[in-house]
Design a protein around this ligand. Structure first.
Ligand code: NAD
Ligand code: ZN
Length: 253
């Protein structure tokens, strides 16, 4: 069903959440717009201004690496000032109540960790942009450190001590999806009673397959997104409302 009014939407969701022992949320950019981080589609959004730099180009060209870091520094303030919204906080509440074993996310913004979900229980399909790693040895670097070196070296990105290139810990176009995260997400989707797809247009594959996987394995599927999604017809409950408004009643103290 697709309840038109918010009160019915919330009470239907409350019933499903109450009845489910194991709930797996799957979040996309829409859960973080309340935190001031634009989603993919918003006009003039952070992500639509520049053509993405594919992974091969990043590895092959110093100019591309410098450009990639220049773009990252340009959005630093947005990420550093962002705080979890009502959606993140509601999921953290369900996590602490033992209802949610882990959160699967396409987001790279670290908001679920900031809301109190243990980092080990945030399954990041597209990585995390709030820190960087060496592509060769995996050494972790902080963005502020990279910025310092970048500025000191005439706007050139530093390399790792091992000689490898340093990149934000995100998955770029053309870069392999992290297999451990993909596997964990699959296990979670296959073993839950309720699957909540929140703030994703559900067009990005293979990630968009998880809601269907859950459904095929007997879970109820709820989609919360203010616009229709590709998978609405398969859902038990579709809520075309604001995520913060829908999830606010589930935020604990
Ligand atoms: P998307 O932009 O394709 O879809 C987001 C959906 O959320 C849209 O359909 C929009 O209508 C809906 N939405 C936005 N704000 C909402 C709100 N307050 N209430 C209800 N619905 C709302 O996002 P996607 O499916 O996650 O794909 C984008 C990709 O780009 C992701 O895979 C991610 O890696 C990356 N990305 C990440 C972030 C982030 O980390 N916060 C932000 C933008 C893009
Ligand atoms: Zn290294």
């Amino acid at each position: 069903m697709t309840p038109g009014d918010l009160t019915t939407a919330i009470s239907e969701l409350r019933r499903l959440i109450k009845d489910a022992g194991r709930i797996v949320p799957f979040t996309g950019a829409g859960i973080s717009t309340e935190s001031g981080i634009p989603d993919f589609r918003s006009p003039g959004g952070l992500w639509t201004k520049n053509k993405p730099i594919p992974f091969d180009a990043f590895k092959a060209s110093r100019a591309m690496r410098d450009e990639s870091w220049r773009r990252r520094f340009a959005i630093a303030e947005t990420f550093e000032s962002a705080q979890p919204g009502r959606g993140h906080r509601a999921l953290a509440t369900l996590y602490h109540a033992g209802k949610v074993p882990a959160v699967i996310t396409q987001n790279i913004d670290n908001m679920h960790q900031l809301s109190g979900v243990d980092a080990n229980d945030v399954v990041e399909l597209h990585g995390n942009t709030t820190y960087a790693t060496c592509l060769d040895c995996g050494e972790r670097y902080e963005v502020a450190w990279v910025k310092e070196k970048f500025d000191a070296d005439g706007e050139h990105a530093p390399d790792c001590a091992c000689g490898g290139h340093i990149k934000t810990a995100t998955v770029s176009f053309g870069q392999a999806m992290p297999s451990d995260a993909m596997q964990r997400a699959e296990e979670l989707a296959n073993n839950c009673e309720l699957f909540l797809a929140i703030g994703s247009s559900l067009v990005v594959w293979p990630a968009a397959g998880f809601p269907l996987m859950a459904k095929h394995n007997g879970a109820s599927l709820v989609i919360i997104n203010r616009e229709p999604t590709e998978l609405d017809e398969f859902a038990d409950l579709v809520l075309h409302h604001d995520i913060g408004d829908v999830l606010a009643p589930f935020v604990g103290n």
